[in-house]
Design a protein around this ligand. Structure first.
Ligand SMILES: CC(C)(COP(=O)(O)OP(=O)(O)OC[C@H]1O[C@@H](n2cnc3c(N)ncnc32)[C@H](O)[C@@H]1OP(=O)(O)O)[C@@H](O)C(=O)NCCC(=O)NCCS
Length: 190
């Protein structure tokens, strides 16, 4: 199941993707903490603890939205992804924002692509019509990952973040889900 590429073991099988449970919260917290402390993909500075991650998972899933984990052949969590409504006000209810984070030793093996494909299918099933990714610093792997999943560049705001001594731009990428904006939703509020 695992091959060698230089000194690095590489996963050759597709990950198994499943709905996250609260039992996964500690591994998710560990993965996210790495990106909070060492990366610029997230604008958080202090890693949330396991209770906070559990609360976030409960809030997303309790709203009927997907929070997924990817596991390797041994059953270890190698990444996770979720969507939430892109902003709280009700007119945003058909637009979701995607988030995806991999264990740092698991980047560049196709896991992100598999996880994002499953996430988009689940977001569509949850009724969302647009998926939006906010990518900081024009991160090449993230841009490539989302472009491959059908996202297009929708605009960029400059220098809205400051982390690790750098000003960070935010690139918005977007793709429709299901019928997108070609049809009205089944039900409108009164
Ligand atoms: C962004 C992230 C989720 C991508 O997942 P991944 O498993 O590494 O991505 P994949 O291996 O599926 O690669 C997706 C595509 O990006 C390309 N890619 C990967 N790294 C790249 C790089 N440094 N430069 C250019 N392209 C790159 C791959 O070649 C692949 O395209 P291909 O299938 O046509 O070859 C992962 O790198 C990650 O967790 N990064 C840190 C957190 C983060 O940035 N999250 C996203 C917030 S929006």
């Amino acid at each position: 199941l695992f091959g060698q590429c230089g000194n690095r073991a590489i996963m050759k099988t597709a990950p198994v993707i499943a709905r996250a449970t609260l039992a996964d919260a500690s591994v998710i917290a560990e993965i996210y903490a790495h990106h909070v402390l060492h990366g610029t993909a997230t604008f958080e500075f202090v890693p949330p603890d396991v209770d906070e991650i559990s609360a976030r998972i409960s809030k997303i899933q309790g709203s009927g939205w997907p929070w997924l984990v990817a596991r390797d052949a041994a059953g270890e969590i190698v990444g996770y992804a979720y969507v939430g409504q892109m902003a709280p006000r009700p007119a945003y209810r058909f637009a979701c924002e995607t988030s995806i984070y991999l264990r740092p030793d698991m980047l560049g093996r196709g896991i992100g692509g598999a996880l994002l494909a499953a996430l988009l299918a689940a977001a569509e099933a949850a009724g969302f019509r647009q998926a939006v990714a906010l990518i900081s610093g024009d991160h090449p792997a993230s841009v490539a990952l989302h472009a491959k999943a059908g996202f297009v560049r929708a605009g960029q705001v400059k220098s809205v973040g400051r982390k690790q001594g750098q000003w960070l731009d935010l690139l918005y990428m977007q793709r429709p889900l299901g019928p997108g904006d070609t049809a009205a939703p089944d039900a409108e509020p009164d």
